[in-house]
Structure formats: C-alpha cells, structure tokens
Design a protein around this ligand. Sequence first.
Ligand SMILES: Cc1cc2nc3c(=O)[nH]c(=O)nc-3n(C[C@H](O)[C@H](O)[C@H](O)COP(=O)(O)OP(=O)(O)OC[C@H]3O[C@@H](n4cnc5c(N)ncnc54)[C@H](O)[C@@H]3O)c2cc1C
Length: 333
Amino acid sequence: MENGVYVYLQTPVADVIMDGKRITGVVVLTPKGLEELYTSVVVDATGDGFAAMRAGAPFEVGRASDGKCQPAALEFTVENVDNSHRFFCYGGSDPVTLPDGRRYSEVCKEACARGELPENVSIVRIHHTLRTDERNINATQANGFDTLTPQGNTAAEYLLREQIPIVIDFLRKHAPGFENCRLKSSASTLGVHETRRFIGDYVISDEDVEKGARHADVVVHKAWFLIDIHNPAGGGQAEKHSQPATLYDIPYRSLLPKGIEGLLLSGRNISGTHRAHASYRVMGVAIPTGQAAGTAAALSAQKGCTPRELDYHAVQQTLADYGVQLFTEGSSC
Ligand SMILES: Cc1cc2nc3c(=O)[nH]c(=O)nc-3n(C[C@H](O)[C@H](O)[C@H](O)COP(=O)(O)OP(=O)(O)OC[C@H]3O[C@@H](n4cnc5c(N)ncnc54)[C@H](O)[C@@H]3O)c2cc1C
C-alpha cells in the first residue's frame, strides 16, 4: 500500500479478459458486483489454475491411467491431550508403536478394515501444533469427488466433516494420551491435493523429480519432497509407500502455459506430470514458485514484454539479488 498498490482482499476472480491468445485482465467479483481489472501480466496462484483454465490454457487432471486425482481432506485440531506419552505419527511409514508393542499404522489399518474408521481412512496422522496439549489430525479422506464442481466440493466437505467425530472416537480408544481429547477446531474448508495441471513450455517429468534434474532456466533450486500420492482409489499411498525424490530444479518454462501470453503459473498448478506434482505440490516448493512468478511478472511489466519474451537471466539475477540460491557450486548450470 505504501507503494501505491491497491490490494483486493476477498475478491474472487470470476473470469479473464482476452485479446486473442493474450490475457489482458481479469473480471473480479466485488461486494458491488463485477469489475474489470486490466493488467499486463497475470499470475495464477489459485491452486486449481482458474485463470489459466478460463484463458484456454491446456491442462490435464489426474493420473494418466484413469484420470483419478488424489483425495480431498480436511484437517482438524484436538485439545486436552495428555502429552506425557509424546504420541505422534507423521505418516503411514512412521514406525511408531503403541505401549503394547503393536505398530500404530497396523492398528489404523485394522480399525479401517473393521469399519471403526471411515472407508479409506487407513492412517490417522498426528502432528504437532504450537501447544503441547493439542494435536493437528490429518486423517479424513474423500475419494472420487470432482472438486472442480460445486456439487463435488460440497458433497466431499459434508463427508469429511462427518468423518471427524469417528476419527476422534478412534483416537480416544487407541492413541495413548488421547482418552479425553476433544475437537478444538477444524479447517474452514476442505483441502484439495490435486486438480488441474497445466501443460507448459516444459513439463516437469517423473524422471526429473526422481533423478534431480538441473535446468539452465532454474527459478527454484533444490526443490524436494517425497513422491507422496495419497491413494486416488483407496486408502494409504497409491504406490504402497511414498517414493524417493532427489533435489531438483523448477525451470522458468514450467511456469509458462503453452499457447497463452501474459500469464504465469505458480504453486501446485505449474506444469508437470501426476507423479512429479505429487512431490512439488507441497508448500516449501509452492512458495518459491510464487516468488519466481511474481518476480517475472514485475520484470515483464517494467520491460514492456510478455513473460515468454522475458530473458530468464533477468529473473535469476533479481532472485539472486534477494539472496535466493539458484545454483550449486561446481554444477554446470
Ligand atoms: C489435507 C492436506 C494436507 C497437506 N499437508 C501438507 C503438509 O503437511 N506440508 C506441505 O508442504 N503441504 C501440504 N499440503 C499441500 C499444500 O497445502 C498445497 O498443495 C499448497 O497449499 C498448494 O499451494 P497453492 O498456493 O498452489 O494453492 P492453495 O494453497 O490452494 O492457494 C490457492 C488460493 O487461491 C484461492 N482461489 C481459488 N480460486 C480463486 C479465484 N477464482 N479467485 C481468487 N482466489 C482464488 C483459494 O481460495 C486459495 O486461497 C497439504 C494439502 C492438503 C489438502
């Protein structure tokens, strides 16, 4: 605001304004109705790639074999936990055991099979919060809903909210220290792991993530997370376990949607395969893609060119000036 920037909070983008294949603005929904905003560059950070979709950029949804996406989920927080047990579980591969020696992940699976946990909820992840008597629970799971439709979104959220008390009953019964836990709060809406993935000038491949690809036009260096595919067709992981990834680069070209000018992708909607997305979709990678896209948008506006015409070296130089590390010493690029 000090720089004369007018910020529109709580103002969803309802459509885009196009001049042929070039995006020239967005239509936003304000408390007074629709308003047109004209701009030289748009950064799509909507997760679902709403602006890119309306601009006509090509995209894919789900895995190649059947188009199914990772399930939706809704996290919640329980309080009144007895912390003397220090009981946590970060995922299905976490080797945490109960006081009687049984592996907690097996207890979850058995409870799911008995119907004591909802269908497909075969692991109840128990994470830290900033308070020792609280835990954040990542367990609920809604498979097979099309969250790109209002009907799918609503039905998934109803199902996820119905699962919360069932998961709490399970925790009270099985998790040490959770005997008297109660619901404190839940996410304001469901969370969606996967929807549209756009086809960019470069599509980040499975191999890039597995082997740690380096790119001359790197804008995020040392991106990393496991290939974490929450099962689109059941409980647990799609590939039994999360698969390993090697620190990799996100190239500038993967932020440029094919065939559309004036538009940059960022976050989980950038260009990559279903398996690559399962690694780069996380916050630690999504955030620097946003910084790179924002930097490229500002430079394009300053130089009067489109993001595709922009020399990626200028983006790298600006990021480096902020202190972002883009290259590892000794590497060829
Ligand atoms: C249950 C769950 C647990 C997860 N756990 C982890 C974890 O432990 N660690 C981790 O790193 N990642 C985790 N992730 C993944 C991570 O949260 C997301 O993938 C990441 O937030 C993606 O960031 P993003 O900015 O691309 O999209 P989002 O964070 O989804 O942000 C998109 C924003 O755009 C807004 N928006 C959408 N449409 C419009 C529109 N038309 N106009 C204006 N605004 C719009 C949305 O309201 C939203 O605020 C989890 C995801 C889920 C669902």
